[in-house]
Write a protein that binds this ligand. Structure first.
Ligand SMILES: Cc1cc2nc3c(=O)[nH]c(=O)nc-3n(C[C@H](O)[C@H](O)[C@H](O)COP(=O)(O)OP(=O)(O)OC[C@H]3O[C@@H](n4cnc5c(N)ncnc54)[C@H](O)[C@@H]3O)c2cc1C
Length: 404
């Protein structure tokens, strides 16, 4: 089997890759036939992921005329438990929990239905530049590309071909699907628990629907910052087993899924010559590891950028360098930069203060829910959150001065 050469080769058929192709075809329908999406696995393929998708992701797809109708658990809010208290906010429908095996397949079918060639079972092994083109070596032979879009996630081959390392903000994640237990909270909420100081992260319990059964996806997220990159992280398998036993679930009867995640680094390179990175190949939210809606938003930006650049016939060596500026100026990058700053607060010396703040300020969770859902901001609540934050910081400073 050989792969037909295409001008635009998208490596990876997860949400970033298929949305890039969909957004490109939406902005410049004439370019749809110049794209091929290469996916190394065969659909329907599993992707370790809890599947919580904010309304933002569905709204972005809706703007492209795409609706992904797959079994989902609806989400109305968030509940939080920390070492210094608990809180919850439930503003109404803010998103859903999907299974990636179904969601990504449906997204790939949506792309194919618009004339985009999606080739599954074709893995990219290497890339090299050759006389103004990129030669893409795949498991099904070689093809020549004018541009290559790296949407190949955390282990990105495209990223490696650009000489970039794995990134400084890496997370380890482990999850398992179980039956609900009596101690579970409201099923319509995404539940986060950051009380365990052995992880720089949190435990979660999210509703999920697996083969028509209402189950709970439970997992642990641990962020390895540059400071502790050299040290062994906690044994997440043992910590998850301990948590499951605490809920009365026998861990031996559960099948763990493990994976890594890559956090966004504002100064990191995202384009080089005729290659660019999109979605988790570039980096996603390091605070929570949320990446589906981010991958979709990255894809929308990338598709529009490629339509502008290639549609004008302006591409040439280095033309994709503009991608760096497009991302830097985007809403997505502003959001991710804010989350990088919050990361220092959540997992640094202020962790207990932040937990106390969240427990005392349900408005903060409410604002977070609206952000997840891409709902209009409730400025009165934003003001309330800002007021509480200023009061807390001022009180902490006064206490520190008095303690001198
Ligand atoms: C355990 C876990 C739980 C998570 N839970 C959530 C959650 O609840 N909500 C949320 O928003 N995010 C969550 N995330 C993050 C989310 O899964 C990712 O950020 C998101 O999938 C990124 O999308 P992507 O398209 O960039 O990459 P991916 O979804 O990783 O897609 C990359 C695709 O590229 C393919 N590929 C890789 N290499 C090659 C190659 N060489 N050739 C061809 N194809 C290739 C892969 O097979 C894959 O299909 C979670 C992550 C983990 C690990």
């Amino acid at each position: 089997m050989s792969v037909t050469s295409r001008d635009i080769v998208v490596v990876g058929g997860g949400p970033a890759g298929t949305t890039t192709a969909l957004a490109l075809a939406h902005a410049a329908p004439g370019l749809a036939r110049r794209v091929v999406v290469l996916e190394k696995a065969r659909y329907p393929r599993e992707k370790p992921c809890a599947g919580a998708l904010g309304g933002r992701g569905d709204a972005l797809l809706g703007d492209l005329g795409v609706t992904i109708d797959v079994p989902s658990a609806h989400v109305d809010g968030i509940s939080f438990h920390g070492a210094r208290g608990a809180a919850e906010a439930s503003p109404g429908r803010i998103g859903r929990v999907v299974r990636r095996v179904e969601f990504d397949y449906a997204l790939a079918r949506a792309a194919a239905s618009r004339g985009i060639e999606v080739r599954d079972g074709v893995g990219v092994e290497r890339l090299h530049d050759d006389d103004g083109a990129i030669v893409v070596a795949t498991t099904a032979g070689e093809l020549a590309a004018r541009v290559v879009v790296g949407c190949d996630g955390v282990g990105s081959v495209v990223r490696k071909s650009m000489g970039l390392g794995a990134g400084e903000l890496r997370a380890q994640v482990i999850e398992v699907d179980t039956e609900p237990v009596p101690g579970d909270r409201d099923r319509a909420l995404l539940h986060f628990d950051s009380a365990d100081r052995r992880i720089a992260g949190y435990a979660w319990d999210f509703p999920t629907v697996v083969d028509g059964r209402a189950l709970v996806c439970r997992g642990l997220y641990h962020l390895k910052t540059p400071r502790d990159a050299s040290r062994d992280g906690p044994d997440l398998g043992a910590l998850l087993a301990e948590r499951l036993r605490g809920l009365g679930i026998d861990p031996a009867r559960c099948q763990n899924k493990r994976y890594a995640e890559r956090g966004f680094e504002p100064a990191a390179r995202l384009a080089q010559g005729r290659r660019m990175l999109v979605g988790e190949a570039a980096g996603i939210d390091p605070v929570t590891g949320e990446g589906i809606a981010q991958a979709i938003e990255f894809g929308v930006l990338a598709g529009r950028f490629l339509a502008r650049t290639l549609g004008n016939g302006r591409e040439g060596p280095g033309e994709l360098e503009g991608w760096q500026h497009v991302v830097a100026a985007s809403r997505l990058a502003r959001d991710l930069r804010l989350r990088v700053r919050l990361m220092g607060l959540f997992y640094g010396p202020w962790r207990a203060e932040v937990e106390a703040f969240l427990a005392e300020t349900p408005a903060a969770l409410f604002v977070g829910c609206q952000h997840f859902a891409a709902q209009p901001r409730d400025w009165a609540r934003v003001g309330e959150v800002a007021g509480h934050a200023v009061a807390r910081v001022t009180a902490a400073r006064i206490a520190a001065l008095l303690a001198r």
